[in-house]
Design a protein around this ligand. Structure first.
Ligand code: GTP
Length: 860
């Protein structure tokens, strides 16, 4: 006798159930063992379900709070053509993710003893190691059913992805964000958790339901009565059963024998009186008769006084309930078929009359039911009525072979030819019915394990396999993100450290550059202006290449204009000297800016944008030419907004040659009495060339001219001089004066003439130069010409250098902040990825533990 309700090569306790069922004669004795094995495996599965649920809930939480769980997709490696590679190569898979189908990573799917799948990225697993490992598993791979699945079973998302997916579908999916897919996955996991809850309830449910159905009048009620050894169900030659009568042990109803008529639309609850109406067993026939057309559900509680080893209901092992269903007439076929498909129906017992064999409706029912349950228990009733029993047996079995092949294979256990009516006769031996009863008991018990535990086992195996795939793939992603973050950290962190270290040095260097540039510009300005002023003081042009040349002496008649032109030329040369100083400052500033640029090159990390600002030396000191036109031209300047434009302030000197008060020419410009007196009295300044000039008559002339200026005031022209002379001659009216005046006038005349002829061309520039020098050095309340220019130019230089230095500092600080943020980001990324990697590896470990503890490895 072979019994194969389970696949071959099974070593679990369930296998013992099978063995039990195949050992005729020992069935009753082993009933307790069966139950024990069942309970053990049930407990293991309940435990596994609880642990799996906790893993799933944990993944959901992790997905929500810590890590967006990626949904992997495995397919055959496109790079390895199937016909060219050894079989073991099929373990290589190409992994992509639903949110990024274009990026594929080759992975190795390590096949365990079961459907468990361990993923590892190619670099993680040494090629040879993998190959040899796979070779060792050769025998397992020969079994196609054990080949690793390249996709999810339970947690599959309907994303229309995969090896055969069209590019359109793939591109559509690629638009899905990681987070949306993680949400879809979360929903899927949630429904899986709910299913786990349902499975747990089902596994914990100790009852087992046996549905008895068959053709009209086939003897179903008689058969149920025979099993109960009591005439409980109404038996009639007329078709009578229209209700579903579910028979339970009275122990479930506090030992009370009773009928509960379930109220229409109510969900039966034995503890809720509103869901049913109580009735006496004696009224059952009437109740069934009254409800002929309503297909009511009745609950019958019966006390079976027989020993547990004999009784089906009171078997001491499981709570079995028998359901006497209406015959398969046209109206109830559908209802019964539907009923048979319900999950809680563990066993379908089909009663067929030996006289009629299988009717059309019976065939239809059997074909459908065998799809659902595979094994059916068939009772060929009224066998006593058959004369040619062998022929009947042969014909019935042939039909069963056709209708339910699996049942036919185990016909010895599952197909019974009996006389149910005779079984009800007291004290009459009925071995065939006893055999049927015994087989049915075993079948119910074994089927119970099968029907209740197998779906859980299969579901759990698939689910754990999916969790493995999910966790393995995410561990790979986490690992690659960790590596990437660490690699990026290795690049960015030293840069940041270096920047931190060099920040102070850079700031100091920039301050130095600014200070040095500024002071150099100031010093140079002073030196240039000093030199120029010195020369001007000597009556020479302040610069070698003057804008206005020194005029040539035009003769005595043009002396006035000559003095004015000399003054203008000298003043213009001072202006040119200022310009020269500015030009030098420009060069110094350029050097400073370049120095700052080099500091930037030295201290700024790679990839930082170069200074967009352009230093335009010409734009320096441009604001001094203020006025509407100047401002306008600056605004419309071609230097653009990024040009370093630093304007100086209008101070002394710029445009000296344009300042009317300085240009004003007086006699003092021609004859500097004070100077000549000083010279004459030997109070000249040290170092002045005039010091060497001998005190001649010219000195006296100067005195005269000085007097003249006293008379004529400051602003006299040639006309003024003549008028002065006339006024002097008036003095000659006086007698005393007339006496000594003659020689004086004579000397004066000679002196003036000599002076005019000989000295004026040389003395005018010197005099004017001296006066100009004195004027620009003591210009009102303002600082001296040299100091104010030096201050202005150095301020301007500082402004430009500071701007360049601030710009560099800004970019340096910006770059440092950016690097700091990058480091922070990468550190967080590395931390998250590292935690995720550890977490998913732990999940893989946990699922393996669950699998091992639930003995799933042995029954898969
Ligand atoms: N000789 C003989 N008669 C039987 C046997 N089983 C049932 N009967 C008779 O067949 C008739 C119908 O039996 P039921 O048990 O009412 O049949 P059923 O299938 O429950 O009928 P419905 O529920 O109305 O479809 C009754 O008269 C029984 O006495 C049997 O094994 N041998």
């Amino acid at each position: 006798m072979s019994q194969s309700y389970f696949p071959p090569r099974v070593t679990s306790p369930i296998k013992e159930l099978v063995n039990f069922s195949s050992m005729a004669g020992e069935r009753q004795m082993k009933a307790e063992d069966v139950q024990e094995a069942y309970v053990e495996q049930k407990d293991r599965l309940v435990n596994a379900l609880d642990n799996t649920k906790s893993i799933l809930n944990d993944i959901r939480k992790f997905n929500k709070d810590e890590w967006v769980v990626r949904y992997p997709q495995l397919k055959e490696c496109a790079s390895v053509p199937a016909e060219e590679v050894p079989r073991r190569r099929s373990m290589r898979r190409s992994m992509s993710f639903a949110d990024d189908p274009a990026t594929e990573t080759e992975v190795v799917v390590k096949q365990g003893m079961t459907r468990s799948v361990t993923l590892s990225s190619i670099p993680d697993s040494k090629e040879e190691e993998v190959e040899s490992e796979l070779e060792q598993q050769g025998d397992i791979q020969d079994d196609n059913s054990l080949l690793p699945s390249s996709d999810f079973h339970v947690l599959r998302l309907d994303l229309k992805l995969g090896a055969n997916s069209s590019s359109t579908a793939a591109s559509l999916v690629s638009q899905l964000e990681k987070a949306s897919i993680a949400n879809l996955l979360d929903d899927r996991i949630e429904s899986s958790v709910n299913h786990v809850d349902k499975l747990r309830l089902r596994v914990e449910d100790t009852s087992s339901k046996v549905l008895v159905t068959g053709d009209l009048n086939a003897g179903k009620s008689t058969f149920v009565n025979a099993l109960l050894r009591r005439e409980v169900m109404p038996v009639d030659q007329q078709p009578c059963t229209t209700a579903f009568c579910e028979v339970h042990d009275a122990a479930e109803n506090q030992g009370k024998e009773e009928v509960h008529i379930i109220n229409e639309g109510a969900t039966y609850n034995i503890n809720d009186e509103t869901t049913f109406t109580r009735a006496s067993l004696a009224d059952l026939e009437d109740i069934v008769g009254d409800n002929e057309d309503s297909e009511r559900m009745l609950k019958l509680y019966l006390a079976d006084t027989r020993a547990p080893s004999e009784s089906l209901l009171n078997n001491g092992v499981v709570d079995i309930s028998l359901i006497d269903a209406p015959g398969l007439n046209r109206d109830s076929l559908k209802t019964t078929a539907l009923f048979a498909r319900q999950e809680e129906i563990d066993v379908v017992v089909f009663v067929v009359s030996a006289e009629n064999h299988f009717t059309l409706s019976a065939r239809e029912f059997l074909v459908n039911a065998s799809k659902e349950k595979a094994y059916l228990f068939i009772v060929v009733n009224k066998y006593d009525q058959i004369r040619n029993k062998d022929k009947c047996r042969r014909l019935v079995l042939e039909q069963i072979k056709e209708l339910s092949p699996r049942t036919y294979e185990d016909a010895e256990d599952l197909v019974h030819f009996v006389d149910s009516a005779a079984a009800l006769q007291p004290f009459t031996a009925n071995p065939s019915f006893d055999d049927l009863e015994s087989s049915l008991r075993s079948f119910v018990l074994v089927k119970r394990s099968k029907s209740k535990l197998q779906p859980v086992t299969t579901y759990l195996s698939n689910l754990l396999c999916d969790i493995d795939l999910l966790a393995g793939a995410n561990a790979i992603v986490a690992n690659s993100e960790l590596e990437q973050a660490n690699a990026e950290l290795a690049q960015v962190k030293p840069v940041l450290e270096k920047m931190k270290e060099s920040r102070e040095i850079l700031e100091e260097s920039l301050d130095t550059a600014e200070e040095e540039g500024t002071s150099k510009a100031g010093v140079r300005t002073k030196s240039v202006l000093n030199f120029a002023l010195e020369r001007v003081g000597q009556g020479k042009l302040g610069v070698d290449a003057p804008l206005v040349p020194m005029p040539s002496y035009p003769g005595i008649l043009g002396v006035w204009n000559y003095a004015r032109d000399v003054k203008r030329a000298l003043l213009a040369s001072l202006d040119a000297a200022v310009k020269l100083a500015e030009d030098e400052a420009r060069l110094i500033t350029s050097d400073g800016v370049e120095r700052i640029r080099l500091l930037g090159d030295e201290h700024l990390p790679e990839g930082v944008e170069k200074n967009k600002r352009v230093f335009v030396p010409e734009a320096m000191f441009s604001a001094v030419r203020r006025g509407k036109g100047a401002m306008k031209s600056r605004r419309s300047s071609s230097y653009g907004s990024n040009a370093v434009v630093a304007g100086g302030t209008l101070s002394l000197g710029i445009g000296l040659a344009q300042r009317p008060e300085l240009l004003e020419t007086t006699f003092l410009d021609l004859f500097d009495a004070h100077h000549h007196f000083s010279m004459y009295l030997g109070d000249s300044h040290k170092g002045e060339k005039d010091e060497e000039t001998p005190a001649t008559a010219l000195g006296l002339v100067s005195v005269g001219v000085g007097a003249l200026t006293m008379v004529g005031g400051q602003a006299v022209g040639v006309k003024g001089v003549i008028e002065g002379l006339i006024r002097v001659t008036d003095l000659f009216g006086n007698e005393t004066v007339r006496k000594w005046a003659a020689p004086v006038v004579g000397a004066f005349t000679i002196g003036v003439t000599a002076y005019l002829v000989l000295e004026l061309p040389n003395s005018i520039p010197k005099t004017i130069g001296r006066r100009v020098k004195a004027a620009v050095l003591q210009d009102g309340e303002e600082a001296s010409f040299i100091d104010s220019h030096s201050e202005r130019i150095s301020r301007e230089t500082r402004k430009v250098l500071r701007l360049a230095s601030w710009d560099l500092k800004g970019r340096f600080n910006g770059a440092m902040e950016e690097r700091g943020q990058q480091v922070k980001l990468k550190e967080t990324m590395a931390k998250t990825a590292s935690a995720a990697k550890a977490y998913f590896n732990e999940v893989v470990k946990k699922t393996e533990e669950v699998r091992v503890n639930a003995l799933l490895n042995e029954v898969a």
